[in-house]
Design a protein around this ligand. Structure first.
Ligand SMILES: [Zn+2]
Ligand SMILES: [Zn+2]
Length: 235
């Protein structure tokens, strides 16, 4: 078996983390631990609305997500933080806990949809619009690439870190008035990286097929995934 997906337990100042043995193959959703604000520079709680003075009774705590220094009251929330691979729930400040809460919804629901995959009609930037072909598309188990399985043909997978943009190209409105994507165009770096050459793959849900609903859920999940990866690269 390939060793690329192997994981190990490591201890950090914030707690135990389960990480890939080979750091180069970690999931694109993973964030590295922040630098902690040094204790010596921090006299008051870094929540601007609190600013309580630290002393013997009012102790300092670091938010595991942003690394800033807060009083007990302002870091009372514990939450699992899968993006930093902690095994147990960790201390969060009030701003970070809301971000993590939203992201954990992604890990609970949307990531599963991406891994399960769905059937799409697939068109390339240079193919004739009339000649799409059905492929099952899913995120690989290590989260690092989109894989395509066709009945007859093969397609190269697309590395998640090569994606440049994700755009909804077709949508419909549900009964509550929400617009739901039925087609998505993914632009990605192709060929030799230094040339910056990109290609676009256009994926639309199989309208008549049973996979329409899972396809739409997959598209919504893909948008969230791309946003998360993009924002962690461009904070
Ligand atoms: Zn924080
Ligand atoms: Zn405080």
């Amino acid at each position: 078996m390939a060793s690329t997906g192997e994981k190990k337990l490591v201890r950090s100042k914030s707690g135990l983390r389960m990480v890939t043995v080979d750091d180069r193959v970690h999931s694109p959703f993973i964030l590295s631990e922040p630098e902690w604000t040094p204790d010596s520079t921090c006299k008051v709680c870094q929540n601007p609305e609190c600013q309580a003075k630290f002393d013997l009774f009012n102790r300092k705590h670091h938010c595991r997500r942003c690394g800033k220094c807060f009083c007990t009251k302002c870091t009372s929330g514990l939450m699992i933080l899968p993006r930093m691979c902690f095994v147990d729930p960790v201390r969060h400040c009030e701003i970070c806990i809301n971000i993590t809460k939203k992201e954990n919804e992604f890990f609970d629901r949307h990531l599963k949809a991406l891994l399960n995959g769905s059937v799409f009609n697939i068109l390339d930037s240079n193919s004739n619009p009339e000649q799409g072909e059905l492929f099952t598309c899913r995120l690989s188990q290590d989260h690092r690439k989109l894989e395509f399985v066709g009945e007859q043909s093969k397609r190269e997978s697309i590395p998640v870190d090569k994606m440049e943009s994700v755009q909804i190209v077709a949508s419909e409105t549900d009964q509550q008035g929400n617009r739901l994507g039925t087609g998505i165009a993914i632009r990605y770096l192709a060929g030799i990286p230094s040339t910056g050459e990109t290609e676009i793959v256009k994926m639309t849900v199989d309208e008549g097929g049973l996979a329409k609903k899972t396809g739409m859920a997959w598209i919504a999940a893909m948008q969230k995934a791309f946003k998360m990866v993009y924002e962690s690269k461009n904070p």
